[in-house]
Design a protein around this ligand. Structure first.
Ligand code: NDP
Length: 400
């Protein structure tokens, strides 16, 4: 008997809840809670009360509210699909109630765009002592990209040396400017300074200042920009043979022009300003006027291509492989009424949860995805809508 409590009812959660609802063999009972009860009710209605047993309003910034909810529902696992700000209060509630935990994004303080695992890794001893598990970053990137790397290291290399994670959204949603997941979190991430790992140290670049034009399978060539992404931090820790690790994301000119204007006039700032007698954060206001990422699915065409280029040594010879997935926005919309960015995050969250609940990935403590055997996860990706391919490359598209 497995019971899961999912917190958050936005774009990603919609996919995870619907996928879990279709898999009674993994998820006997689903409970859903979020800030806005009506969104939970709407999802429950779509999935049926026999699958989503009950819905609740909760403020997940408040550890006591989450702990009270966990005590009421008594789940085996809490799946956090709210925002990164809620990671620590939900982990605290899991500790208090001795309940397993999973999320898709690392903790970030609201008043500082700072992305690192230190806050969550600091729970390692307490989770171990309590005999409970936390699985961090079970989305696509982080998530599947970590598993791809572990899979490559296990099956294709004796030692891995160079890692380039590439994330291309080759889709068209027809809007002048929109983000594909929570706008506040997305804009905080892409406006920060770039960072990559090389020869044992982090190197910094100005935001979106390093560009490579890369070819993406079934999409074509796209301008790709070097950024920091959180999985780099755990991957260089867990694969110390890596000489270099970088992350690239594609952006079109129209997107970058909008972003520059918004930045230039202060609309992406997280510093509060006084407006008509109250303090408002410009980025929070911007989120309120941008399209809701969940609403982009209808009419979204094209596909994503996300993958990892890995170079290293096998049997004394240098080689490079690319492991990737293509995900079609329209196909996702047809299946679960969501666009591909929500889908590529929501499905791995479901898979991570299923592997924890059935004991395949199970160990007390706080873990990143690459620390477990990648094979069962890779098998489930193929079965549940995110098939992957391994391409052996003649050479790496990146200079050493
Ligand atoms: P959304 O903004 O669509 O959804 C977030 C949900 O969390 C909303 O339902 C929101 O409630 C709820 N929420 C926010 N604050 C609270 C709170 N204090 N208490 C309870 N519920 C709250 O975001 P997404 O679905 O796009 O993203 C969800 C998570 O997935 C984020 O952490 C994001 O960073 C991560 N992500 C990870 C990716 C990966 O590949 N690893 C890729 C994309 C996203 P309300 O409806 O009231 O606003």
């Amino acid at each position: 008997m497995s019971k899961v409590l999912i917190i958050g009812a936005g774009g990603v959660s919609t996919v995870t809840v619907k996928k879990c609802a279709r898999l009674p063999e993994h998820f006997d009972e689903i409970y859903l809670a979020s800030r806005t009860l009506s969104k939970c009710e709407a999802l429950q209605k779509e999935c049926g009360e026999d699958r989503v047993k009950a819905v609740f309003a909760v403020d997940a910034d408040d550890k006591d509210q989450v702990a009270a909810l966990i005590n009421q529902v008594q789940p085996d696992l809490v799946v956090n699909l709210a925002l990164p700000y809620q990671d620590l209060p939900i982990m605290d509630a899991c500790l208090e109630t001795k309940t397993d935990y999973l999320d898709t994004a690392n903790y970030e303080p609201k008043d500082e765009a700072k992305f690192e695992y230190s806050w969550q890794w600091a729970y390692q001893d307490r989770f171990k002592e309590a005999g409970i598990m936390a699985l961090l970053g079970s989305g696509f990137d982080p998530g599947v990209t970590n598993v791809y790397t572990a899979y490559a290291a296990k099956h294709y290399f004796d030692e891995i040396h160079y890692l380039d994670i590439v994330d291309c959204n080759g889709g068209d949603h027809g809007q002048a400017f929109a983000t594909n997941f929570n706008p506040e979190i997305n804009i905080r991430e892409i406006t920060q300074r770039g960072r990559f790992w090389e020869n044992g140290e982090w190197k910094e670049t100005d935001p979106l200042s390093v560009r490579e034009d890369l070819h993406y399978q079934n999409i074509g060539e796209r301008a790709s920009y070097l950024m920091f992404h959180e999985e780099l931090e755990s991957l260089v820790k867990h694969f110390p043979t890596l000489k270099r690790a970088r992350f690239w994301m594609t952006f079109g000119d129209a997107y970058l022009n909008h972003l520059r204007v918004l930045e230039g006039i202060g609309m992406t700032s997280i510093e509060p300003v006084e407006f008509q007698g109250q303090q408002i954060v410009p980025l929070e206001f911007l989120k309120a006027v941008l399209p809701n990422p969940g609403s982009l699915a209808e009419g979204y065409t094209g596909m994503t291509c996300i993958g990892t280029y890995i170079s290293g040594i096998k049997d004394g010879k240098e080689k490079t492989i690319f492991i990737y997935n293509n995900c079609d926005h329209a196909v996702c919309n047809e299946e679960v009424g969501a666009q591909a960015v929500s889908y590529t995050t929501g499905v791995p969250a479901m898979i991570g949860a299923a592997l924890m609940l059935n004991g395949t990935w199970k160990q007390a403590g706080v873990w990143n995805m690459e620390q477990f055997d990648p094979d069962p996860f890779m098998e489930m990706l193929n079965k549940h809508g995110l098939p992957w391919h391994v391409m052996e490359c003649d050479s790496s598209p990146f200079a050493k």
